[in-house]
Design a protein around this ligand. Structure first.
Ligand SMILES: Nc1ncnc2c1ncn2[C@@H]1O[C@H](COP(=O)(O)OP(=O)(O)OP(=O)(O)O)[C@@H](O)[C@H]1O
Ligand SMILES: [Mg+2]
Length: 218
């Protein structure tokens, strides 16, 4: 209400402060949402609500959701998408949030003014999303551990980046719950441009399995 000046006029510096507060609250809420998600999956409960959706649409929405963050970091986006529609069946909301985690990481770990590449491909009975950046990547010996809850390559209190280390744990459970997986390698070419940093490969089955998986044990 204050931002919308419903409670009276707001000066420019006040508006700036309000925007900063709004931003902080949003971030805090995102952290809380993630923590609640991770608690749910640690206890084996991750509920999926499957429906018909469009994979490409979900990717585009996720990219749009991080557009501000990319702009803030001066990150340039490269896209390589097939022609849609890409019909699928699964939990599009959970998938969208999982994709946002990966994109958010790419923006976070790419250097200021860096590049992020996003590619979608159609596989046999599956869709594949690749997200690559121009950061320093993930050391091969850490490539599996980064999908563990609360694991961060740099977990020191003085580390350069924020976060609590649950984004990828959530993304992996979601991908597996949708009949796919997520893994990381280093260096890939997307849209004619080379990205030397981390490359995340996320797949989902075009039709998610309806059996409920015990997410705490896979
Ligand atoms: N694109 C990337 N480049 C380099 N390292 C990465 C990248 N993405 C993830 N990592 C490494 O994997 C760790 C775990 O990522 P994850 O998204 O789970 O947690 P986070 O981003 O640190 O915190 P959160 O997602 O909970 O805000 C990161 O802390 C980082 O060390
Ligand atoms: Mg993250």
């Amino acid at each position: 209400m204050m931002m919308d000046e419903e409670l009276g006029e707001v000066t420019k510096p006040q508006a700036k402060a309000l925007r900063a507060m709004d931003d902080c609250i949003r971030r805090l809420r995102a952290v809380l949402d993630n923590l609640l998600d991770v608690t749910g999956l640690e206890t084996g409960r991750m509920r999926f609500f499957h429906r018909d959706y469009d994979f490409l649409d979900t990717v585009r929405r996720a990219v749009a959701a991080v557009a501000d963050r990319f702009a803030e970091q001066g990150v340039q986006l490269f896209e390589e998408f097939p022609l849609g529609p890409l019909p699928a069946y699964g939990d599009a909301d959970r998938l969208g949030r999982a994709i946002v985690q990966v994109l958010d990481n790419a923006a976070k770990f790419a250097p200021q003014g860096g590049r992020v590449g996003v590619r979608v491909r159609v596989l046999e009975n599956a869709y594949e999303l690749v997200v690559a950046d121009t950061g320093s990547g993930v050391p091969p010996e850490r490539a599996d551990r980064i999908f563990d809850s609360f694991y961060q390559v740099d977990g020191s209190p003085t580390r350069a980046h924020g976060g609590v280390g649950v984004g990828l744990a959530i993304a992996r459970r979601v991908a597996r719950g949708l009949g796919g997986d997520i893994r990381v390698t280093q260096g890939a070419a997307i849209a004619g441009s080379f990205f030397p940093g981390a490359v995340f490969w996320l797949t989902v089955a075009t039709r998610a399995p309806t059996v409920v998986l015990d997410t705490a044990h896979n």
